[in-house]
Design a protein around this ligand. Structure first.
Ligand code: GLN
Length: 453
């Protein structure tokens, strides 16, 4: 099969199935087919790599030269960046035709992909359910077979939780492994891009292409990287899996817990041993995150003022009127809520009480993991306390939505790598197994995911 045929196949599925799922904001058939032709030429002349000719979709917060990047916001509805994000550039170089840009929560703020200016995404397993978020469009598109792979970003769980809710594989790398250049900023000290795919093996090939030093991102790490596909088939004999005793407490759905317990039994059959560990400060992570992430967001989103790019209101009276009305019209409710929380936490006189305190909690959460990894190689547990909820179910209750990230957020606070692999179903909806490792343990996580699948 040629890349053009493969690309046409996926474009056909998008056309047929996406009107119901709404997993894409922009579909780019012309770009995709042009790139597929180039890939076929590369294959014909023998210069193809492992990913050449395989289509991909990008979350709509990675800038794409000449293709709109909306971040699912009215603010950027008309924004066409003149450059590619580092990740997009790397995957282009790898020869992957771009099918389009996937739907998401506005500015990646959310856990359900319902806050998009372009309407909510639906879960392909059950159209009444949310796909998770914020990379819900990427997860739904991969799960429905509209694309073989997609990019995602994870600030507090946005790769792993939608991967879990849609029954696919997603890995959030160690902070700094994948360049943030051209990834529209939400909370810069947490944001990390990563691959979303059907299997750990696919994710490993994608991570090979995405990871690596980039001088345009000041937190990009300069270090020797492994080939993430080499250790996929290693035995799990002797692997020590840490189970945090705090994970299996009230709040965790019984049926989800059963799927996770069965997954751990499976890993034991593959040679792993289980040790109990403790993450005593895990409940401090969500409150700390909801001070720090909005604080960073309020600063990052200050640039959207209607002056340089993005939405500008009609007939502004003066400069202040232009700022206020452009922002009032351009941002949705959840984004405004985050900006207000962030601006409040950073305001004079409150800094010590909120921001500084939250940074101290962040450190405590990180130290918990460091201690736990003295006793185990990886930590396993649920990605989320429940399966995907119904559309609209949590829309009026942001705090209950925030609390649903209790397992994923600590990993971002610590900057550690984390992965979700499909583990089964509860209540007819997918459940992911969450694997968290020490810094730079991506190859190990992918190895476990591959053996487990
Ligand atoms: N749900 C979390 C939030 O709303 C995380 C989102 C993300 O990882 N981008 O901030």
């Amino acid at each position: 099969i040629s890349s053009v045929e493969l690309t046409q196949y996926f474009l056909g599925r998008i056309e047929k199935l996406d009107p119901e799922l709404n997993s894409f904001i922009t579909v780019t058939p012309d770009v995709a087919l042009e790139m597929a032709k180039m890939a076929d030429a590369a294959i014909a002349e023998g210069s193809a790599g492992s990913l050449t000719g395989i289509p991909i979709a990008h979350k709509d917060l990675f800038t794409t030269d000449g293709i709109r990047t909306s971040c699912a916001s009215r603010m950027l509805d008309n924004f066409i960046a003149p450059y590619d994000a580092h990740v997009v550039e790397k995957l282009k170089q790898a020869g992957m035709p771009i099918l389009g840009k996937t739907n998401m929560d506005e500015f990646a703020m959310g856990s359900s992909s319902e806050t998009s200016y372009y309407g909510p995404v639906r879960n392909p397993w059950d159209r009444d359910a949310v796909p998770g978020g914020s990379s819900g469009g990427s997860a739904a598109a991969v799960a429905a077979g509209l694309t073989p792979a997609a990019t995602g970003s994870d600030t507090g769980g946005s790769i792993r939780q939608p991967a879990s809710f849609c029954g696919i594989t997603g890995i959030k790398p160690t902070y700094g492994l994948v360049s943030r250049y051209g990834m529209i900023a939400y909370a810069s000290s947490f944001d990390q891009g990563g691959p979303m795919a059907r299997s750990a093996e696919d994710a490993a090939w994608l991570l090979n292409a995405m990871a690596g030093f980039d001088k345009r991102d000041s937190t990009s790490l300069e270090r020797e990287l492994p080939d993430y596909t080499v250790h996929l088939n290693d035995s799990l004999e002797g692997l020590r899996i840490g189970l945090p005793k705090e994970y299996f407490s009230e709040g965790l759905d019984d049926e989800v817990a059963q799927v996770i317990e069965a997954a751990i039994t499976e890993l034991e059959k593959l040679g792993a041993t289980v040790v109990e560990v403790s993450l005593p400060n895990k409940d401090l992570a969500v409150p700390a995150y909801y001070v720090l992430a909005p604080a960073e967001a309020s600063s990052n989103l200050a640039r959207y003022d209607g002056v340089r790019y993005g939405h500008r209101c009609e007939d502004p009276k003066d400069l202040k009127d232009m700022y206020t009305r452009s922002r009032a019209e351009g941002f949705g409710d959840e984004v405004k809520r985050r900006i207000m929380i962030g601006a409040y936490a950073l305001s004079a006189g409150y800094y010590d009480a909120y921001y500084l305190k939250a940074q101290q909690l962040r450190r405590m959460v990180r130290d918990d993991f460091v201690r736990a990894f003295e006793q185990c190689d990886v930590i396993a547990g649920p990605v989320a306390p429940t399966v995907a909820w119904n559309l609209g179910e949590k829309s009026d209750d942001p705090v209950s939505m925030y609390l649903a990230d209790l397992y994923t957020i600590p990993v971002n606070l610590a900057g550690l790598p984390g992965m979700s692999v499909p583990a089964g179903f509860a209540k007819g909806r997918p459940v992911g197994l969450h694997l968290v490792g020490p810094y730079f343990s991506e190859a190990k996580l992918l190895n476990i995911g591959h053996q487990f699948q």
